[in-house]
Design a protein around this ligand. Structure first.
Ligand SMILES: [Zn+2]
Length: 163
């Protein structure tokens, strides 16, 4: 399961919408071993492409060094699909080299509804996981769980208190 602050998720979606129809990409860093994404770093898609993304080598080096300095790691690696569903492409899988990371996909193909799904990608095997959106800035005890199904219409919504 990916647990992520609503403010960070909103910023990721805003980035994806802004770069549409090109794919947007970036990371959310967090303390090493914490599994908590806390620092959103929007990055440039070096390909400026509607169907493909690649991190810029120089920017990647800079961002990765910054994480080293802060004892952080990339907890979330995200990018957008602008014409297709939020599911990793064959290319995405071949570039997924961090078994501990959450690969977050955002689809902006529908202007009204944003599809957000998260995956683990280990040895070429894609496993979808639930996304839990935490309203940390609003109420620490109000937690919303989203499980994104195969289509944007099949979203289960659950609200829990006291967790
Ligand atoms: Zn992709």
């Amino acid at each position: 399961m990916l647990t992520i602050d609503a403010t960070i998720l909103d910023a990721i979606v805003a980035h994806a919408r802004q770069d549409h129809p090109d794919e947007a990409c970036g990371i959310v860093a967090g303390a090493i071993g914490s599994d908590q994404p806390t620092r959103h770093v929007p990055m440039e898609n070096a390909e400026h492409s509607m169907t493909f993304y690649r991190l810029d080598d120089a920017e990647k080096l800079k961002v990765w060094r910054e994480m080293d300095d802060r004892d952080e790691e990339p907890v979330v690696i995200y990018h957008s699909h602008t014409a297709t569903e939020a599911y990793p492409s064959r290319t995405d899988v071949s570039f997924a080299s961090l078994p501990g990371a959450h690969y977050l996909l955002v689809s902006t193909r529908d202007p009204e509804t944003t599809e957000i799904r998260s995956y683990r990608i280990v040895d070429g095997v894609i496993t979808e996981e639930p996304v839990r959106v935490v309203e940390a800035g609003v109420d620490q005890h109000a937690v919303q769980s989203y499980m994104f199904g195969q289509s944007p219409a099949a979203v289960d919504y659950e609200c829990r208190a006291g967790n």
